[in-house]
Design a protein around this ligand. Sequence first.
Ligand SMILES: [Zn+2]
Length: 229
Amino acid sequence: MTIILLYIHRKILQLTYWFKYKLFPFHYCQLCGLPTRHMLCQYCMAYINSFECPSFNNLQNPNIIYEQYFCYAYNFLLREIVRRYKYKKQINLKWLLGYLGARHLKLMTFDVDFIIPVPSHKNKIRQRGFDHVSLLLDYHRATNNNIPVRTDILVKSKESNAQVGLNRQDRQDNLHNTFMVKKDVSDKNILIFDDVYTTGSTMNEIVTLLKKCGASNVYILCLCRTYSS
Ligand SMILES: [Zn+2]
């Protein structure tokens, strides 16, 4: 049943994307407003590319089995876009941020069975009004038929306190046993997707849990990486 709902959801997103960006291909740069046929004009794209995280070069190495990849440094520009998206509820920015993530997803050379967005607790989703990480994969859902996005496998079953201001150990303790795996992940290759990477505590907790549940390989892709902590 869940699979059918996920399929219908993807089809709706494909139609939305088609109407929004394909039916009238000439539109405006999502950042500066210059006319362009793409999500971003060439100048903004070049500007954002200049913040591409150097660690992403790892993707060129086909021998990597378990790695974490970061698309961009969390600089002032991306920080502002993410802030508007997450806290000012400019949900339409999911297409732009999702596009930036999907560009890197395409470069991945290894096979994954599915992508799991880092889940938020249901109370947090209710409070915010949307599941901000899952929605960032809407661009991928609408444009890529090969790798499914699964939101029914990993859930955040316990609410954790805010991570801001905590040190690495406290963050790890705060997240302990807050996630739950609800489906069989034995021998699966899984990509975990998140918006902003700080200390990696969330990822450590999730990867450890999925490995314990029998996952074969777990890869990590984060849209932004902060270098402040
Ligand atoms: Zn622009």
